[in-house]
Design a protein around this ligand. Structure first.
Ligand code: SAH
Length: 218
């Protein structure tokens, strides 16, 4: 086992299991995906630390525990089609690729979308489809989705994502203010949407039609 692999196993034990996430398939995915392949070279030594890291363009790769928690909240069995909004580094998409049948991930910044595509291809994760677009509009072409995960914070739940959620599906996203938000799970039952709040989080802002308007970035 290399040092980085050993660090990754320790990350899962100390940051994920110890905080109460014990689902075997989730832990297997977190143990398998090399987070160090998704962080910039200068942060390699911190790849398995307990926090987010910069990935360029003012964006971040999420804290490992938050990636695990959001994945857990989708309650995936392995047969689902899933949408991620905010590809960033591609790390969360790689974890989802181990947990679902098919993953569509949408990124609005071309340089990040391209880099993520390279990283995901290198790992041979061919059930992930990367798209360069405004994900606040979802990705209608492959809808409906049994799971939707948004990795950037929205002022409110973007209506297109509710429309693209399959009956019985779950949408996990941070909703709230510009600096801090609540992690929300929306479950669809027919035309009824049940909403519950899980914990306080701090995500980078969602842009696009249903994201924060330009003035809010200052
Ligand atoms: N899931 C990522 C974390 C990404 S941070 C990872 O595992 O690394 C949030 C990302 O959302 C950023 O890359 C940002 O550019 C992207 N983003 C912001 N608004 C977006 C939008 N409207 N559509 C798609 N991506 C968006």
């Amino acid at each position: 086992m290399t040092d980085l692999e050993a660090e990754r196993q320790r990350m899962v034990d100390e940051q994920i299991v110890r905080r109460g996430l014990t689902e075997p398939r989730l832990l297997a995915a977190m143990r398998a995906v090399p987070r160090h392949e998704f962080v910039p070279a200068e942060y390699l030594d911190y790849a398995y630390d307990d926090g987010p890291l910069p990935i360029g363009s003012g964006q971040t790769i999420s804290q490992p525990y938050i990636v695990a928690l959001m994945t857990h909240l989708l309650a995936l069995r392995g047969v689902e089609r899933v949408l991620e909004v905010g590809t960033g580094s591609g790390y969360q998409a790689a974890v989802l690729a181990h947990m679902a049948a098919e993953v569509h991930t949408v990124e609005i910044l071309p340089e990040l979308a391209e880099q993520a595509r390279v990283s995901l291809n290198r790992l041979g994760l061919n059930n992930v489809h990367c798209h360069l677009a405004d994900g606040s509009l979802g990705w209608p072409k492959a809808a409906p989705y049994e799971g939707i995960l948004v990795a950037a914070s929205a002022p409110d739940v973007p209506p297109p994502l509710l429309e693209q959620l399959a009956d019985g599906g779950r949408l996990v996203l941070p909703v709230g203010g510009r600096l801090s938000q609540e992690l929300v799970v929306v479950t669809r039952q027919g035309e009824k949407y049940e909403r519950r709040t899980v914990l306080s989080v701090a995500f980078v802002p969602l842009r696009g039609v249903h994201g924060w308007k330009a003035g809010h970035f200052q």
